[in-house]
Design a protein around this ligand. Structure first.
Ligand code: SP5
Ligand code: ZN
Length: 347
């Protein structure tokens, strides 16, 4: 498994949820808890990431988004837009006629730049955010390298997560789309069919958008029905891709309190689709533990023991696999859930 301490400085965060400012659910202890639980089992090697540079990021994201994330904190401190203690959260969003009118380029003040690129009010930026997001990408790419070099399984302890980040949008606690960056890097290395299986509680709207018109990257996601759950606007079953990508995007929305019986049936359907697609590169899994029965912001009903079943169904594909950490907010259980999932891979 691969992780970096750079994520620790993406901290001190509040998010606005349900009309209230609350401590962010997406906090550093999520990853330190997984590291501690895996260290206790003493059967995993913890490796640092190697630097992969910006090119894999700009292969899937607009450089304007990258530059915003790199500069906006320092610019905001310099201009007084933040006192240096409060995180940056947009208060004005580029939507509707403003977006349609092509106004994005006209706002140069930090709040305008945030509102032009951010999805929600839950994805604060602080001094350490950009370095953490860059490190998460390196963590993901390094785990993929391990699998390309012959490991059966690589586990990238990415933080911040990635699957809500689109080509030119951040949000949903995500800045760079770690899984999409790995997928595109495999294509650039010569793969002709790459599959991303997303088992986070939420729909990976960013991954879907990035590969919407791509027939060479399959995206298949199991998630809470967007009729009741974030990101609300995408993740419906009739979103199947377009152009060359038509038929290569699959959404499987799930009812509240879905338990392992129904979940396993849906996951087996998803795995059959992956198998039919016959990837010629490692399988990429966007792995969220927010499907857990006690997750504070979610409503599915998987137990710690159930993750072993989830792991074994995915392992049953018999493919080299890169696990990319996405969500999961029950910090007291996330370590045990990760250990359980890995046990399904025979680890
Ligand atoms: C990577 C990831 O898991 N991002 C998730 C972002 C979720 N943002 C919060 C959505 C609002 C949830 N409302 C839940 C009500 C709980 N009582
Ligand atoms: Zn999630």
């Amino acid at each position: 498994m691969v992780s970096s301490p750079a994520h620790l400085a993406h901290d001190g965060l509040v998010e606005v949820m349900g009309g209230r400012a609350v401590p962010c659910f997406e906090r550093p202890e999520r990853i330190t808890a997984i590291e501690a639980a895996l260290a206790d089992t003493s059967s995993y090697r913890l490796l640092p990431p190697s630097a992969h540079g910006l090119a894999p990021i700009t292969a899937v994201h607009e450089s304007a988004l990258v530059e915003l994330l790199e500069q906006v904190w320092a610019d905001s401190v310099a201009s007084g837009a933040t006192d240096g203690a409060a995180p940056l959260i947009p208060d004005t969003f580029l939507v509707g006629p403003m977006a349609a009118g092509g106004y994005r380029g006209s706002g140069t003040a930090a709040p305008a730049r945030l509102g032009a690129y951010c999805l929600d009010t839950a994805t604060p930026i602080v001094a350490g955010t950009y370095a953490a997001a860059r490190a998460a990408v390196d963590v993901a790419l390094t785990a993929a390298d391990l699998v390309l070099d012959g490991e059966e399984l690589g586990y990238a302890l990415c933080r911040p997560p990635g699957h809500h980040a689109a080509r030119e949008m951040y949000g949903g606690y995500c800045f760079f789309n770690n899984a999409a960056i790995v997928a595109e890097s495999l294509v650039l290395k010569g793969a002709r069919r790459v599959a991303i299986l997303d088992v986070d509680y939420h729909h990976g709207n960013g991954t879907q958008q990035i590969f919407w018109e791509r027939g060479d990257v399959l995206y298949i996601s199991l998630h809470a029905d967007p009729a009741r759950a974030f990101p609300y606007f995408s993740g419906h079953a009739d979103e199947v891709g377009a152009g060359a990508g038509k038929g290569f995007n699959h959404n499987i929305p799930l009812a509240a309190r879905t338990d392992i019986q129904a979940y396993a049936a849906a996951l087996e359907r998803a795995c059959a689709i992956v198998d039919d697609f016959a990837p010629d590169a490692p399988l990429i899994v966007s792995l969220g533990f927010d499907t857990f029965e006690r997750d504070p912001i979610a409503d599915l009903a998987l137990t710690t023991e159930d993750y072993a079943r989830v792991g074994s169904i995915i392992a049953g594909l018999g493919r080299p696999t890169v696990l990319i950490q996405e969500g999961g907010y029950a910090i007291d259980a996330i370590g045990a859930n990760a250990v359980s999932l890995l046990s399904g891979f025979g680890r």
